[in-house]
Design a protein around this ligand. Structure first.
Ligand SMILES: NC(=O)N[C@H]1NC(=O)NC1=O
Length: 168
């Protein structure tokens, strides 16, 4: 855990080492936040992070969503997730799915990707496996614009919890 004072004093490379994955596989977001220091407190850090994400073009937002691994997907099965993602998917119980739930998750994740061109993203730490499956079913009927906006709000929730694990 770092205090905000310590975060403000970190060398850029050290800041990046800590924060590069608060948005999954998107270090460019952290590097913009690094340049917005000094930050008053963790709320200020989060406000800057949200403003960077919200300021992206739609195609860059799609790119951010595409950097996320499928929930309970093949990357998870092969143990290839980031440490953060592994912990989040486990906290939702996604490593404990029944065969039927695994099948439903794979089928709907792929239907979602076919429809929208980016993966289904939800903050796993704020949901249990059954809620994730319900959310996937519900969100599949949305419009692409609505899903881009919803997915990005979930990215911000994931990033917020990752930041709160790092900064006191
Ligand atoms: N697809 C997807 O939502 N992935 C993410 N969600 C989360 O909480 N961690 C992830 O990696």
């Amino acid at each position: 855990m770092q205090t905000i004072t310590a975060v403000n004093l970190l060398e850029p490379s050290e800041f990046m080492r800590l924060f590069c994955n608060v948005v999954e596989h998107a270090p460019s977001i952290a590097s913009v936040v690094a340049r917005r220091r000094p930050l008053r407190d963790v709320q200020h850090l989060l406000a800057e992070l949200y403003s960077v994400v919200d300021g992206l073009s739609d195609s860059d937002k799609v790119d951010i969503l595409r950097r996320h691994p499928d929930l309970a997907g093949s990357m998870a099965e092969q143990g290839l997730l980031t440490a953060e993602s592994t912990m989040e998917q486990r906290s939702a119980g996604l490593d404990q799915l029944t065969e039927q739930q695994k099948y439903d998750m794979k089928r709907m994740n792929s239907a979602y990707k076919d429809k929208f061109g980016f993966p289904f993203v939800i903050c796993a730490r704020e949901n249990k496996a059954t809620a994730i499956l319900e959310g996937l079913t519900r969100r599949l009927i949305n419009t692409p614009d609505k899903e881009l906006a919803t997915g990005i709000e979930e990215v911000k929730k994931i990033a917020r919890l990752r930041v709160l694990d790092l900064v006191a």
